[in-house]
Design a protein around this ligand. Structure first.
Ligand code: OGA
Ligand code: NI
Length: 313
């Protein structure tokens, strides 16, 4: 898929290249909201260090990891694992550690591992760099739509960020499970770093396209709230993670999303006066509740917030 060829962000700083880079981002956002970026300004050493602390955490004995076990609540946090093989429904095959990183008042350090020793410092530095990258991307995305650079950032309200360390161990029967079943991300924008192939994006009619693992690249995907804010101009694509029988795959996923009490509405500038908005307005909390109530099978959750529109699939 042409859009998965990494987009070189360094071109944004070069007058001769910037408009082409912006156009590549706009095209990917319109197509399915999935793209890869290189030369994004996040130091490679910091990316490598994050992978190292993540790997060291997952390599700890199970009982040491369980000290950080989370409780299944609306805003989950902490360590967990779900490894299920069945002949029927796609299930999970993964271990994970989820941490809230922003706002600072939501950092619950009781879930942050004390081993390895450099864990906290590395995660703090990495997530700060990724927040900055998210803001840069959102400003390009807003401007591509003819909106002011801070439009989407402001439309999402107070900055919320979390990071999920995903670990997909080798699976004896990879055809009978998935690392993560198909979903679209529910927040605003997701920036993912992967180690090993396994991420796939929906390519229509139950077919999946592998998102190749490029060294030092990030995978960026737009999530449901941006689909709503852009009134469907930009898509939040279904994706999933598959597993394999011979190696552990890991990924490091930073999510940027609105506060629960933030009202999300389609940008009036992007609403056709004759047709009206294609999504109803909502508070982000309602979205979390809809998620907790269960996703409609084979449908993107965002479709249940769509109105007036035979066009949204
Ligand atoms: C996610 C996700 C894919 C992966 O965490 O939402 O889609 O490859 N992860 O880990
Ligand atoms: Ni996802």
């Amino acid at each position: 898929m042409a859009t998965l060829k990494p987009i070189d962000l360094s071109g944004l700083n070069d007058e001769r290249l910037a408009s082409s880079v912006r156009a590549q981002i706009a095209e990917a956002c319109e197509k399915n909201g999935f793209f890869q970026i290189i030369n994004h300004g996040v130091p490679v050493e910091l990316m490598d260090k994050l992978k190292e602390v993540g790997r060291k955490f997952f390599d700890l004995p199970k009982d040491e990891k369980l000290v950080y076990a989370g409780k299944p609540v609306l805003a989950a946090e902490g360590y967990g694992s779900r490894m299920v093989l069945t002949d029927s429904e796609p299930q999970f095959w993964r271990e994970f550690l989820e941490l809230h990183t922003l706002p600072l008042s939501e950092r619950h350090y009781n879930y942050w591992p004390q081993k390895p020793a450099e864990f906290n410092e590395t995660v703090e530095k990495y997530t700060a760099a990724l927040m900055d990258l998210a803001h840069r991307l959102l400003s390009v995305i807003s401007e591509n739509l003819g909106l002011k650079p801070t439009y989407i950032k402001e439309a999402m309200g107070e900055t919320q960020q979390s990071i999920v360390f995903q670990c997909y161990p080798p699976c004896p029967e990879p055809g009978k499970t998935l690392g993560l079943p198909a979903h679209s991300d529910i927040g605003g924008i997701t920036i993912l770093m992967q180690e090993g192939d396994g991420l796939q994006v929906a390519a229509g009619n139950d077919t999946w396209e592998l998102v190749p693992n490029h060294p030092n690249a990030f995978v960026v995907n737009l999530a449901d709230q941006i689909e709503i804010i852009t009134n469907g101009r930009y898509k939040s694509a279904n994706h999933r993670a598959i597993v394999n029988s011979d190696s552990t795959r890991r990924s490091y996923v930073t999510f940027y999303y609105p506060a629960k009490d933030q009202k999300i509405i389609p940008a009036p500038e992007l609403v056709d006066a004759k047709i009206g908005p294609l999504y109803r307005e909502l508070y982000y909390l309602e979205y979390l509740q809809a998620l907790a109530a269960g996703r409609a099978k084979d449908k993107r959750l965002v479709q249940s917030f769509a109105i007036n529109n035979p066009l949204i699939t």
